[in-house]
Design a protein around this ligand. Structure first.
Ligand SMILES: NC(=O)c1ccc[n+]([C@@H]2O[C@H](COP(=O)([O-])OP(=O)(O)OC[C@H]3O[C@@H](n4cnc5c(N)ncnc54)[C@H](OP(=O)(O)O)[C@@H]3O)[C@@H](O)[C@H]2O)c1
Length: 343
């Protein structure tokens, strides 16, 4: 049995292109004690991977030319040398764009996922997976969110943002989402129940537009994008406001020339707590987040949104669309068309 995998052919400049990726075949290694072999079912496509394609130091090592493109996978266990996994279970972990993966206990976010057969498999890689968990721990742990807060979420129609906005509403906050199109603005207010939306691409004066949507200031800014949006929001924060820093996608396509913040002084002026977080490090809240998100989903209070393409070969194009800002909801690849989606 051969494995098909997608590796880095060349480093992207700006938004990635198909030429940056190539499909290769490889042998599937024999398992060692503790390891599990997965037949992958779904890939979660994540913007942070763009940063790993540049040869720069970050919280994850850069991918080398010829190296497997990293991603969170959900796969069916087809062989196990780990007593916590049996054939037919579902394993999840941060591995890569390949048909078969060897899951190690040392893999980031290594987990035996308990699947509810009434829930489509793809949901476990979006709103009920790491995107949802990221939203939940970013708001409630890092952001110390409380009922009554005015919460602003950027990339609010995206995988993490769409859940963050809904979780904040479910916990009694007023929520304003910042998005890059009128369609996304309509989706987050009409379908997802956020209170207001600001289109940062068309607002003639972004600061005035956010101020109008938040007349009482901002208590919590869930930052997915960094850049100009963060800079604009800093002076609008209330005293003792919190900014959980989830990501800074506005810089990912050109990390060597990031947007320079002019208003960072406002952190002192408003005594803001601004802290980065990696969701998979919030181990104490992981099971609470998974259980609560699944319960809200089953009761219909949380709407999971996704865009799914099919087949290993479709993965680079899905990633390129994500990094061009063209997607809404969680961007996913299912490895074959028998895998259930939210439809
Ligand atoms: N800390 C953690 O543990 C953790 C975990 C998962 C994800 N993240 C971070 O969370 C953020 C959102 O990730 P996601 O998976 O939910 O992605 P996503 O929001 O589904 O997709 C990215 C969206 O970002 C927006 N965007 C803003 N500036 C952009 C730019 N310059 N280029 C491309 N897109 C831009 C686009 O929406 P608009 O059209 O609205 O601009 C785009 O659709 C990312 O920064 C990611 O790195 C962090």
């Amino acid at each position: 049995m051969k494995n098909r995998r997608i590796v880095l052919a060349s480093r992207p400049t700006g938004i990635p292109t198909p030429e940056n990726f190539t499909l290769v075949e490889a042998d599937i290694p024999e398992l060692e004690d503790g390891q599990v072999l997965l037949e992958n079912q779904v890939f979660a496509i994540d913007p942070a991977v763009r940063g790993m394609l540049d040869d720069v130091k970050s919280y994850m090592p850069p991918v080398q030319i010829g190296g497997l493109i990293p991603t969170m996978v959900l796969g069916r266990v087809i062989k196990s040398r780990n007593p916590a996994f049996k054939e037919g279970d579902y394993g999840r972990g941060f591995i890569g764009w390949e048909e078969y993966s060897v899951l190690n206990p040392t893999s980031v976010a290594f987990e035996n996922v308990k699947i509810d057969p009434t829930i489509p498999l793809t949901a476990y890689m979006g709103a009920l997976g790491w995107s949802g968990i990221t939203a939940y721990v970013g708001l409630l742990d890092t952001g110390a969110m409380k009922a009554g807060d005015v919460v602003v979420v950027s990339a609010a129609a995206g995988a993490v943002g769409s859940v963050a906005g809904q979780v904040a509403k479910l916990r009694g906050c007023r929520v304003v989402g910042i998005v890059g199109s009128d369609e996304k603005a309509e989706m987050i207010t009409k379908e997802l129940g956020m209170d207001a939306a600001v289109n940062y691409k068309t607002a003639p004066d972004l600061e005035a537009a956010i101020k109008a949507a938040c007349p009482d200031g901002i208590d919590l800014y869930f930052d997915n994008v960094g850049g100009k949006t963060l800079d604009t929001i800093l002076p609008l924060m209330n005293d003792f406001g919190r900014i959980p820093v989830c990501g800074m996608i506005a810089n990912y396509n050109h990390q060597t020339e990031p947007y320079l913040l002019r208003n960072i002084w406002q952190v002192l002026v408003h005594r803001i707590t601004m802290r980065g977080f990696l969701a998979y490090e919030a181990v104490d809240m992981l099971h609470e987040a998974e259980d609560q998100l699944a319960a809200w989903f089953k009761s219909g209070e949380l709407i999971a949104t996704e865009n799914v393409s099919t087949g290993l070969e479709s993965t680079p194009a899905a990633f390129i669309r994500l990094m061009a800002g063209e997607t809404s909801g969680k961007t996913l690849v299912r490895l074959n068309d028998r895998i259930t989606t939210l439809g």
